[in-house]
Structure formats: C-alpha cells, structure tokens
Design a protein around this ligand. Structure first.
Ligand SMILES: Cc1ncc(COP(=O)(O)O)c(C=O)c1O
Length: 431
C-alpha cells in the first residue's frame, strides 16, 4: 500500500477544486501596524499592508497589553505547568475569569486554550448533560460549534440563518424536551448580526436554553465591549455567552460565561478542558489587560467603526461589489474561486496588500469573496491606497465594477472624527 500516494491524491483533490491553501509568511511589526514584513518565496523581503487581521482592535500590539505579558512571563514563567487540576491554575487565569464574568454580567467564566475549544467543550458538555436534548443550530454556525454539537451526541436540527419563523416552527414541534438554541451574534464571513433579543424571547416562550457565540463581537460592541448582547441590552437573557481572547482582545484563548452551576458542570465534565494544559499566565495577564482597557475603550471602538464604514463607502463608491451588512466586516464579492485567489495574489504582488481569499467550504460556492477587516490603525490614506489597488485588480481580471449600485453610506457622525489614530489617542480616550 502506497500511503504517501493516498495523501498526495487527497491534496490533489483540493488543488483541483481551487481549495488548496497557501500561507503567506508574514512578520508583524508592532511599531508599524498595519505594515508587516513579508518573506517572499524567492527569498526577498518586502513591506505589505495587512487588511485581513482578526486582531480587529490591534490590542495584540497595544503597549500595555505587551507590558502585562512581559511582566507576567518574567514573574511566573513561560508556561502554565500543567492542566488546571494539576498546578495549571495560575492566579492571572483566575483574575482573567473574574474580569470576563464581570464583562458579561454573569456569575462565572471559564477560560479555555482557544475559542474553538470553548465551543467544543461548552456545547459538547451542555448538550450531553441535558437529557434527551435537542440542539437547534443556525445554518451558518462556525465549525467549532458544529463539532461541539456533534461531540454532545444530542439530536441536532438546523434552522435557516437568522430565520425566527423557522426557529419557532422547530421549537414548537419539539414539545417539552430540553432544547438548546445555538447561534452566533455576528457572523464573520457575512458580517450580519443576529436578532439576539428576539431569539432570547422565543427561547423564553418555549423554555429553551440559549448558547451564543460572540467571538467576532467581544471587545468591539457594547458600552464596555461586552458584545452585541450588551449593545442590545439583552446580556441577562442569554444563558451562555462564548467568546475568544484572540480577536478583539488580541491574544489567545477562549471562554464561556454563565451561571456558576453551568460553568462548574463544564469545568467538571469537559475532557477538552480537563485533559489539556492551561493557558500560560503571561497570556492570561495580557488578555485581562486588553479586556480592562476595552471596558473604557468607547472612543477606540468608534474609531474602528469609522474606518470600517469609510472603507465600505469608498470601495462601493468606486464600483466594487461590497456585500452590505451592519458590522465592521467588509466582504467584497468575487463569486469565483479561481478569480478570488487571483485577486488576492495580484493585490499582494502588484500592490503589497495582503487580503486572504475566502473560498468554499468557509463560504458557499459562487459566493467566494475577499474579506476585509479595517482596524483603528488603518488611516484614511491606507483606505485610499486600498481602493486604488482593488480597482486596478478588478480591471485587470475583468471583474465587473458596478457604478449604478447603492453606495454604502458613510454616517455623518464619523465625518468630523480624525482619520488617523494611534495608541496614544486610545490612552487619552481611556483616561
Ligand atoms: C464564530 C467563531 N467561533 C469560534 C472561533 C474560534 O475561535 P479561536 O480562533 O479563538 O479558536 C472562530 C474562529 O474564527 C469563529 O469564527
């Protein structure tokens, strides 16, 4: 048996479907974000502008976050030393959990080594412990939620994306058995936002529990960065809020926040929590600093929204097919896997702009796109450069530019704000 040939053939299938992934070798530079150094395959090194980072608020580069990490590493060492049970419960981790419980107005929080693992552990355990549980899962839920649901062994039904009528139909049909509604607050590939309050209302009416992934919203929305549920004033109506420390909070790890009995049950039953080494104290200390800073980060969030709205406005005004949504995500439709990859390559090679192509299975076939994520550190001049480069690539690839489309509005309140922001401004705003 030729084992190697089997793997080579599997890779060949991905290549044939234009789904084979190529990583770009980058070196982020905290002093010059959004610029990074790119190590080219030919051995050359060049500066590129990153336009697809999920470190949405650049907290991974924030001097106070880095200082907290350095100080904790110097004091407590590089690693955690064990699982939570076996000497891995370092004090910075306990302090981080208290900070997160406070952020979401919940009794307790539990930290995991990633957001992916938190969904595996959270959904996997809750769905397993509820006898005869039916999990109602949004059609566009993230892979980590799907894996958690599978892991739980519970029966699963999928409701059409953000479709309240379909969800209600399934709730009604389910009768009296325990039910768990699993959904996201902000869907990262489309940028649309769930009707969180209405889903919570339905849950109450049909005696279902709610589990909401706020991974792409924590730090970014709400008066203290608690996410969409905080923004909409419905945090108390969601039973379990799941988040990441790796995007808005710029570090690594994930968590769930909920009533203390639910947290204790997941802590006590989830293998993906029990049998793995804890997050290092330095990462926990850095994450806690980011969460604390963003509790006072209203002006930074405004600057983020301004740059995202300006990017959408400028791209759509130039005829580029921005997929409209109410969030900070800027998806631009290409609609073809090969052209999407070619557009990404051309942006990198011709314009030193890095935007990863988003292809199937992350999005449906025919909806391939470039997913752009402006940050508060992308200045107006970077946006002007991006628009120019995108138009050039669209013309070179003979992709359609639509000058008759409705231009995404640039809200007036942002027009007065400055288009250049630094961490010094953030600090001023936080004081
Ligand atoms: C909706 C959603 N949930 C969970 C995760 C996993 O989070 P993490 O990157 O912290 O593992 C992601 C990752 O992109 C995500 O998009």
């Amino acid at each position: 048996l030729d084992y190697r040939a089997i793997f080579a053939e599997a890779l060949g299938r991905l290549r044939a479907e234009r789904r084979y992934r190529v990583f770009v070798d980058l070196e982020r530079d905290v002093t010059r974000f959004p610029f990074a150094r790119r190590y080219r395959p030919d051995g050359g090194i060049e500066d590129v502008v990153i336009w697809c980072s999920n470190d949405y608020l650049c907290m991974g580069s924030h001097p106070q976050v880095i200082a907290a990490m350095q100080e904790a590493a110097a004091r407590h060492g590089a690693g955690a030393g064990g699982t939570r049970n076996i000497s891995g419960t370092n004090h910075p981790l306990v302090a981080l959990e208290a900070e997160l419980a406070d952020l979401h107005g919940k009794e307790q929080a539990l930290v995991f080594t990633s957001g992916w693992v938190s969904n595996l552990a959270g959904l996997g355990t809750i769905g397993q412990l509820l006898p005869d549980c039916l999990i109602l899962s949004d059609q566009y839920n993230h892979n980590s939620m799907i894996e958690g649901i599978k892991r739980s062994g519970a029966k699963r039904q999928i409701f059409r994306h953000n479709d309240l009528a379909h969800l209600e139909e399934l709730l009604q049909a389910a009768g009296e058995r325990p039910k768990l509604i699993a959904f996201e607050s902000l869907y990262s590939m489309h940028g649309d936002i769930a009707p969180v309050g209405k889903i919570a209302e339905l849950a109450k009416r049909y005696h279902a529990m709610t589990y909401m992934d706020e991974v792409h919203a924590v730090g970014l929305y709400g008066p203290r960065g608690g996410g969409i549920a905080e923004r909409d004033g419905v945090m108390g109506d969601i039973d379990v809020i799941e988040g990441t420390l790796a995007k808005g909070f710029g570090t690594l790890g994930g968590y769930i926040a909920a009533d203390s009995t639910i947290i204790d049950a997941v802590r006590s039953y989830a293998p993906s929590f029990i049998f793995t080494t804890a997050l290092p104290p330095a990462v926990a200390a850095a994450a806690k600093t980011a969460v604390q800073l963003l509790k006072d980060g209203g002006d930074w969030r405004k600057q983020h929204q301004r740059q995202a709205m300006l990017t959408k406005h400028a791209l759509s005004a130039a005829g580029l097919p921005v997929m409209p949504n109410p969030s900070h995500i800027v998806p631009v439709l290409v609609g073809d896997a090969e052209k999407c990859k070619a557009a990404s390559d051309m942006l990198l090679e011709r314009h030193s702009i890095y935007i990863q192509p988003i292809n199937y299975p992350t999005v449906e076939r025919g909806t391939e796109r470039l997913r752009i994520t402006p940050t508060p550190l992308h200045a107006d001049a970077h946006i002007a450069h991006l628009v120019e480069a995108m138009v050039d690539v669209w013309q070179a690839l003979k992709l359609p530019l639509d000058h008759a489309q409705k231009i995404v509005e640039f809200p007036r309140q942002h027009a007065a704000a400055p288009g250049q922001c630094t961490f010094a401004d953030f600090k001023k705003a936080a004081e």
